[in-house]
Design a protein around this ligand. Structure first.
Ligand SMILES: [Zn+2]
Length: 426
């Protein structure tokens, strides 16, 4: 608050362009800064920053005194955005009225009904977006599932997602497709920086001096916009695919079993990093977690030491080694021929026996009631499953159960949405 006071005294003298924008746009950042600093001091107190610093030193990186501190933002050099409180703007169908800016037509009307809390206007790749925060009822927030299946999913590079049903889902790989265009646009931009350096009297091969500021030509700005557009397109294609995939998975399953992949470890392999990033393993996982809580789906994670690929899903025989190149293999014990990815997905599915699952009830009146045993509720808790007496199969497979833990964030929910309003996803 002291900093804000100081800023208010000099703002119109030092930054005259602030008169053109609404007061909220430059007062809210102080709130954000306050939160950012208290987060930083919290991390400093509980030793998180020291831990990361230690890890960096281990990897041979230099000591960073500014690690974890809030970054400086600058108009035009960061993601441009500003905040609007709910009393400062009005929405009328497709028109949003903002202070100082006036009426702006939106591309679509508001999707949800409820109390409007705030809005954030941001710019990405030369286009403006408004994100409106709305308080919705539980009926809108929680969604109804169409089916109560259980699916094991195996993430991979050749087929991005393999389901235990044998279905393989390919990723659109937008980066791979746009890479040539991206390289050309990046090269043209580098050219423009090179000549801006020459004009400024700098040598081309010398590192850029600290604090120096190149005057951006119009052609630089045009080329930069083109490059940003390509990046944005790649991101949009990828996000569209992961959202549709994760929604479909959550809509059709009461339980999803996946491997707890070490994504950041895999990204260190430079030959695989681009392909992995192009699919977005981390994003799929993140979306599954938050959508699972909305659909009441239990997400099970198998740990990294579970031999999902090496185990025969038909007889349970575990191979000693299976090279990465082997896409199809035959079990030496029972002779079953396996597709590597499908076998892994089936093994993951078998990890969760149906008897240990929460009882889900998809009743005709649209009410889905999910009962979750109390030991399963909570964020990533290690769970050990004992086979119940009613299983009666006589097969003791407790070795597999030790590999499992559950990720389930929401408490049991009751969804009162009418079933008719939901269409199955195709
Ligand atoms: Zn076998």
């Amino acid at each position: 608050m002291a900093l804000k006071k100081q800023f208010n005294q000099i703002k119109y003298i030092k930054f005259p362009w602030l008169k053109e924008i609404h007061r909220d746009a430059h007062s809210q950042p102080f709130e954000h800064l306050g939160i950012a600093w208290s987060n930083y001091f919290q991390k400093l107190k509980n030793g998180t920053i020291a831990k990361i610093q230690k890890q960096r030193m281990k990897e041979g990186k230099r000591y960073d005194p500014d690690l974890g501190k809030p970054n400086f933002k600058r108009k035009g050099k960061c993601k441009d955005s500003f905040y609007l409180a709910n009393d400062k703007f009005k929405i009328n169908d497709k028109i949003v009225k903002m202070p100082k800016i006036g009426n702006v037509k939106m591309i679509e009307t508001l999707r949800f009904e409820g109390k409007i809390l705030s809005a954030t206007v941001s710019k990405e790749a030369n286009k403006w977006y408004i994100a409106i925060q709305i308080e919705v009822t539980e009926e809108i927030y929680f969604k109804q599932r169409m089916q109560n299946s259980t699916t094991g999913i195996d993430l991979g590079i050749t087929a991005a997602v393999t389901l235990s049903s044998g279905k393989k889902i390919l990723s659109p790989k937008p980066l791979k497709k746009a890479l040539r265009r991206l390289k050309i646009r990046q090269r043209k931009l580098t050219h423009k920086i090179k000549f801006a350096k020459i004009i400024a009297g700098l040598k081309v091969n010398q590192p850029f001096p600290k604090g120096a500021y190149l005057k951006k030509s119009n052609n630089f700005n045009k080329q930069s916009a083109k490059l940003n557009k390509t990046h944005k397109r790649i991101k949009n294609i990828r996000l569209d695919w992961t959202h549709k995939l994760t929604s479909k998975l959550c809509r059709e399953n009461q339980a999803i079993v996946m491997e707890d992949l070490n994504v950041s470890g895999m990204l260190k392999n430079h030959r695989l990093a681009r392909a992995i990033n192009d699919i977005g393993f981390g994003r799929i996982r993140q979306q599954l977690f938050y959508k699972a809580s909305r659909y009441g789906v239990a997400v099970f994670m198998a740990d990294r030491w579970y031999p999902s690929s090496k185990k025969c899903s038909n007889c349970g025989h575990i191979l000693e080694c299976l090279p990465l190149s082997a896409r199809i293999w035959q079990c030496p014990l029972c002779g079953f021929v396996h597709d590597r990815d499908v076998n892994a997905a089936i093994n993951l599915k078998q990890l969760v026996s149906v008897t240990t699952l929460p009882m889900a009830n998809l009743s005709g009146d649209g009410n889905t009631i999910v009962e979750i045993p109390s030991e399963m509720v909570g964020k990533v808790t290690p769970v050990r499953y004992e086979r119940s007496a009613r299983d009666g199969s006589g097969q003791e497979q407790n070795f597999a159960c030790n590999h499992l833990y559950v990720h389930f964030e929401s408490s049991p929910t009751v969804n009162t949405m009418p079933a008719k309003s939901l269409k199955p996803w195709t």
